[in-house]
Design a protein around this ligand. Structure first.
Ligand code: MLC
Ligand code: AMP
Length: 463
């Protein structure tokens, strides 16, 4: 069976080469065997090529086995945020219709066969081109409230990861600290697949714990919150960071003050880059040239960027083909994907992200749709109307805040408590509102449409 070039390259790395440290080292040969045995087990569960397999796991061996197993069999991976509760998962499961799920929380997967661990079967070593080349379906917060499926192909990933390998000089000698969750583009595509494509290695961390990076890593990929939380240890152990080859920041805007402080403590200038689930990486600062704080650098090789009426739009081989199964006709204009991010070029030709044209809150690098939060909290008894927005936060960059209009049936205190309970059971931690304000009415336009962008200043008196 012909393998897609993306997999051919992974299969070609020498068996004994170290690939991932997950409690112990796994070589490329051992990873392939792990994948093939997991593929055998998936087949025993009735999974066939093209079926979706929901993977709701934290970073660890089972997560890696599940991904490799799907690849060896030709199944479509449906990576799910391990923190998502049942109410957040329900619409995604409805749209993606997975054959089975692997999760430590079977109670979140009503009616779907769910295994709390990955099994092992007789090896399947097909490593095929999956139907329509779709290897994963990544759901990303839509502005409408309902998460949207962005199909990922090996071709998208290969062209993008090759461009990144060129820009960041990724070689087999490199060793990444991989503690970003491998259910988002950053950890899964850049982290896991970026290393496995290049024949490099990674030390997998279950989550970011604020401790020193492992001693043998050369590179770190993180979000701004990581670097901010790391500042105290950078102060006490600067050499642990000074010796690194590269520290990348992405998924959320890096405040210039954090970048400057990291530089002052470690002599390292964080390399900021910009991307999206739908496009993989769009732009990056250079490895060797000037890294300009407050910018995300220049377009990656193969990516075209234009700014139309202030909005960043992109096209190229790493841009996805459209949402599934609910296409959004407004996602593209003249073949260009509309990012919903506002940007401009600076005097050196570097891209600056100046804001968002979409209603999206980014909390610790995790996208939160305010409309989704409103939908899940609106039915709390005592609430007449609710409007959510982002407020700036010294740790997570932004957190969710909610403005609530009472219907008069319960007191403010009762409603506040009930909202807290509902958020706790229906929403993962980063989506829960951290601030509430009780008001007479919400800002709306003449058509009655909620204007979330006005909530911070008008109702909370700050940004
Ligand atoms: C943690 N929580 C999450 C979460 N991570 N909820 C939803 N989604 C997640 N990914 C929960 C915790 O369980 C906790 O809930 C609550 O949020 C707040 O706890 P915390 O202690 O502040 O969070 P912590 O666990 O320390 O995690 C914060 C973080 C981490 C910033 C270190 O979330 C992180 O590593 N984020 C990186 C996100 C990322 O990879 N983004 C890339 C997106 S791809 P409770 O119930 O215990 O209170 C993309 C494209 C691109 O954007 O350009 O890269
Ligand atoms: P996601 O849907 O999780 O892939 O998140 C993509 C969004 O994250 C982008 O549309 C941006 O709004 C944001 N983003 C990613 N990288 C950066 C960055 N370096 N600076 C500012 N925003 C970013």
């Amino acid at each position: 069976m012909p393998h897609p070039s993306f997999l051919r390259r992974f299969l070609a790395h020498s068996d004994h080469q170290p690939a991932l440290f997950i409690g112990r080292w796994y070589s490329y040969g051992q990873l392939r065997e792990l994948g093939e045995r997991t593929a055998g087990w998936l087949r025993e569960q009735g999974v066939v090529p093209g079926d979706r397999v929901a993977i709701q796991l934290d970073n660890g061996l089972d997560l890696v086995a599940a991904h490799l197993g799907c690849m060896a069999l030709g199944a479509v991976r449906l990576p799910l945020n391990s923190h998502y509760q049942r109410a957040e998962l329900a619409p995604i499961l409805e749209d993606a219709a997975p054959k089975l799920a692997i999760s430590r929380h079977p109670e979140r997967f009503d009616g779907l066969p769910c295994h709390d661990h990955v099994g092992s079967g007789s090896p399947v070593a097909d490593w095929p081109v999956p139907p329509e080349d779709i290897t994963a379906l990544l759901f990303t917060s839509g502005t409408t409230g309902r998460a949207k499926g962005a199909p990922q192909t090996f071709k998208m990933w290969e062209s993008n990861l090759d461009a990144l390998a060129e820009r960041w000089e990724i070689t087999p000698e490199l060793r990444l600290y991989l503690a970003l969750p491998m259910f988002h583009t950053h950890g899964l595509v850049l982290g896991l697949h970026g290393m496995l494509l290049a024949g490099a290695s990674a030390v997998v961390g279950e989550r970011f714990d604020g401790q020193l990076p492992p001693e043998d890593v050369t590179d770190v990929y993180g979000v701004p919150t990581w670097y901010r939380r790391w500042l105290p240890v950078m102060g006490s152990h600067p050499e642990a960071f000074r010796r690194l080859r590269l520290m990348v920041s992405g998924s959320d805007g890096l405040p210039a003050a954090v970048s400057d402080e990291v530089f002052a403590l470690t002599g390292q200038r964080l390399l900021e880059r910009y991307g999206m689930t739908e496009t993989v990486m769009i732009a990056s600062n250079p490895l060797k040239g000037e890294r300009r704080a407050g910018t995300v650098g220049t377009a990656l090789p193969g990516v075209d960027i234009r700014i139309e009426a202030g909005e960043i739009q992109v096209r190229g081989p790493s841009v996805f083909g459209g949402y599934r199964p609910r296409p959004d006709p407004g996602a593209f204009v003249e073949g260009w994907f509309r990012t919903g991010d506002a940007g401009s070029w600076d005097e050196a030709g570097y891209l600056r992200i100046t804001g968002r044209k979409k209603d999206l809150v980014i909390v610790g690098g995790v996208n939160v749709s305010p409309a989704e939060v409103e939908e899940l909290l609106r039915s709390v008894h005592g609430v007449a109307e609710i409007g959510c927005c982002g407020l700036s936060d010294a740790d997570l960059n932004e957190v969710v805040a909610a403005a609530v209009v009472l219907d008069g049936s319960r007191s403010e205190e009762e409603v506040r408590r009930a909202l807290g309970h509902r958020a706790q059971e229906a929403l993962s931690g980063l989506k829960r509102p951290r601030h509430y304000v009780f008001v007479e009415s919400l800002p709306r336009n003449a058509m009655g449409k909620l204007q979330r962008a006005r909530i911070p200043l008008e109702l909370f008196g700050r940004r």
